[in-house]
Design a protein around this ligand. Structure first.
Ligand code: PEP
Ligand code: MG
Length: 330
């Protein structure tokens, strides 16, 4: 069994009909890179950088400390791409800074709809610039993808672009090297799906954060037990938003991946492949089971069943339509 798993780790994820699929790892701290490598990930699809800023007893990492952390991951991955998400603080992930310095966070009416993620970064331009410079410097050691969380407005995209250009100039002016860097947006809000072509004129790729996309599409707090039974990835509204995002990004020749929990759930592997997804990012522990699904899937037959799944009125029907397909192919 151990030998079989070890073989699987080195087997490329290719479907029966020859489609190559990129299986990436989600990590929280630099030390998680080793688990990503052991699992056979071909890169990091989501480095949740806010974890560098949590449990810090009030002292946040400066540019150099962040640079060391990002470089450690880039070096560990040995030339494979590393996707670094800029801090996604706020809501369920409060920043560990003395609360007297953070008056706005004490008075948030609804944290999930408040000053979080890119909204927070744009309200803290010094910290945002520091982070961008640290990431750009790390790119001198291997390919880096910068990922911006919770984008919903084109104005945010334009601001990010301006801060990026400025950070580049600052790093270059110091004589520090910058390598290969691409810029992407997380699709976590229905608004981002509906303006996707505009977003993709500026961004190189998108990554779908299904955890938040479900929360914001269905208006279900992802942490609230009282409504947990309504938090349903099979809801047709959720599936249609995901399908639309993948189709539009593919049509524009831009990269698209899924980094929410759905990417690591084998129940959705065939469906996401049928939608045209070729890049999945998940907890390292999920990679081997998703790879086994990919190796047994035939993307062409799956595609035939896609309309029935997307036309379903209810989550249950969508799920049943998808299961019929996977049993046929599997
Ligand atoms: C998501 O929302 O799906 C996601 C990957 O980001 P996080 O879970 O960190 O909010
Ligand atoms: Mg999210």
């Amino acid at each position: 069994e151990r030998a079989r798993l070890s073989r699987l780790r080195h087997t490329p994820a290719v479907t029966l009909d020859g489609q190559t699929v990129e299986l990436l790892a989600n990590i929280e701290l630099p030390r998680d890179a080793s688990a990503a490598l052991e699992a056979g990930a071909v890169g990091v699809g989501l480095f949740r950088s806010e974890f560098l800023f949590m449990n810090r007893a009030g002292r946040l990492p400066d540019e150099d400390e962040q640079f060391e952390a990002y470089r450690a991951v880039v070096l560990a991955m040995g030339g494979m791409p590393v996707t670094i998400r800029t801090v996604d603080v706020g809501a369920d992930k409060p920043l560990d800074r003395a609360s007297s310095q953070e008056p706005r966070h004490d008075h948030m009416l609804n944290p999930a709809l408040g000053l979080r993620a890119i909204r927070w970064s744009l309200s803290e331009p010094d910290m945002f610039s520091e982070q961008l410079r640290a990431i750009l410097r790390a790119s001198a050691f291997g390919p880096v993808r910068i990922l911006i969380p919770m984008v919903a407005h084109l104005s945010e995209v334009q601001s990010v672009k301006q801060w990026m250009d400025r950070a580049r100039e600052e790093v270059t002016a110091r004589g520090q090297a910058i390598g290969e860097v691409t810029l992407g947006a997380m699709v976590e809000v229905p608004a981002a799906v509906l303006i996707l072509p505009s977003l993709l004129r500026t961004f190189d790729f998108v990554s779908i954060g299904t955890n938040d996309l479900i929360q914001y599409t269905l208006a279900i707090d992802r942490a609230d037990e009282a409504v947990a039974h309504l938090y349903d990835p099979w809801h047709p509204a959720v599936l249609r938003l995901i399908a639309q995002t993948i189709a539009q990004a593919n049509a524009m020749g831009k990269g698209v991946s899924v980094c929410g929990e759905m990417a690591g759930d084998p129940a959705f592997t065939e469906l996401l492949l049928a939608m045209g997804l070729r890049s999945f990012s998940m907890h390292p522990a999920q990679i081997s089971s998703i790879k086994q699904r990919v190796l047994r899937a035939d993307a062409r037959t799956l595609q035939l069943a896609l309309p029935a799944v997307l036309d379903a009125d209810q989550p249950q029907q969508a799920c049943e339509a998808a299961m019929r397909t996977s049993s046929k192919s599997g």
